[in-house]
Design a protein around this ligand. Structure first.
Ligand SMILES: C[S@@+](CC[C@H](N)C(=O)[O-])C[C@H]1O[C@@H](n2cnc3c(N)ncnc32)[C@H](O)[C@@H]1O
Length: 293
């Protein structure tokens, strides 16, 4: 299996969706376009597409100051970040120090917040930043300890690879809709842009990452997307009656995605797109087979 590009572990991280998005981009003659991801998280899909030359630049946004600070400092403070990766102790004491920063980001510098987010993401169960214990528990008994996901060389390599692409990576810390309103090209230029959205899930998202999304917010992003005439957008969501109702009448298909963290289950997600996007037909065929089964 190819090494992931993202240094962040994300429950349901979407690096796996990159080949599908590449097909979508090619089918819609968008190769080389600017790419916008308002709920970036680990940004695995964005980074894969950029590294493979499918898109020319990425605009990644996350409302969580800790995630934003991570990306910002990987790009602007690469050497310091890498030095820290090699020197930081992987101990329960250090875990406690990083946890305090992650829990109270307002009292710390951007670098410290970004590094603490990375540390907690690599050392906590399932990569969950807040409310999850360290891998191996507070007793650090058993085979899996908090350093098991912290391979210093490999993580430093990923940071360096990403920082090398920094001229093509733009990071933002806004609410998703505000980010789209401010950063998408205006006028005709919008037809040449591509947006991929992976919003917080309707079910159980609050346990995984920052989620202040309620039904009103899910409806608000839908309203914004459905009024877009020029933008090519693709959205992934958990398969719930609310999302089926909100996007009723749009192109919807189901895709199997393998979750890479603790559970190895295959997750069924809805893939929804704007009317002007042509989706690769094999995904529809899959849906027809599933329907027939
Ligand atoms: C489902 S995760 C995205 C996972 C990502 N696609 C990946 O592959 O790692 C949702 C992300 O949206 C962020 N988020 C939550 N509410 C937001 C909002 N209102 N605007 C922008 N980002 C938000 C969370 O911090 C989280 O990182």
């Amino acid at each position: 299996m190819k090494q992931p590009l993202s240094p962040l572990r994300y429950p349901g991280g979407k690096a796996a969706i990159a080949p599908f998005l590449e097909d979508v981009i090619d089918l819609n003659n968008l190769r080389g376009c600017s790419y916008f991801e308002p709920y970036a998280g680990g940004a695995g899909a964005a980074l894969t597409l950029l590294k493979n030359g499918v898109i020319s630049e990425i605009h990644i946004n996350d409302a969580d100051i800790r995630i934003y600070s991570f990306w910002k400092n990987v790009l602007t403070e690469k050497d310091r970040f890498v030095d820290n990766i090699f020197s930081i102790p992987l101990t329960l004491d250090e875990w406690g120090r990083q946890k305090k920063i992650c829990d109270n980001p307002e009292n710390h510098s951007g670098f410290k917040i970004g590094f603490a987010a990375f540390y907690m993401n690599r050392c906590n169960r399932s990569g969950i930043l807040q409310g999850a214990g360290p891998i191996g528990g507070k007793q650090q008994k058993g085979n899996w300890k908090l350093d098991v996901r912290f391979n210093r060389e490999k993580l430093a390599e990923r940071i360096i690879t990403i920082a090398m692409m920094k001229n093509y990576i733009n990071v933002y810390n806004e609410d998703a809709i505000k980010f789209l309103k401010q950063q998408l090209p205006k006028g005709r230029g919008r037809s040449g842009a591509f947006a991929y959205l992976d919003p917080p899930y309707v079910n159980k998202a609050d346990k995984l990452y920052m989620n202040i999304y309620n039904e009103k917010d899910h409806r608000a992003i839908a309203r914004y997307l459905l009024q877009q005439k020029k933008l090519h957008w693709v959205l992934s969501y958990d398969d719930t009656p609310l999302i089926q109702e909100i996007y009723n009448g749009q192109k919807i298909c189901r895709q199997s995605l393998r979750y890479s963290l603790q559970s190895k289950r295959i997750a069924k997600e809805l893939i929804i797109s704007s009317a002007k996007v042509t989706l690769p037909s094999q995904y529809f065929e899959k849906k027809r087979k599933e329907a027939a089964a």
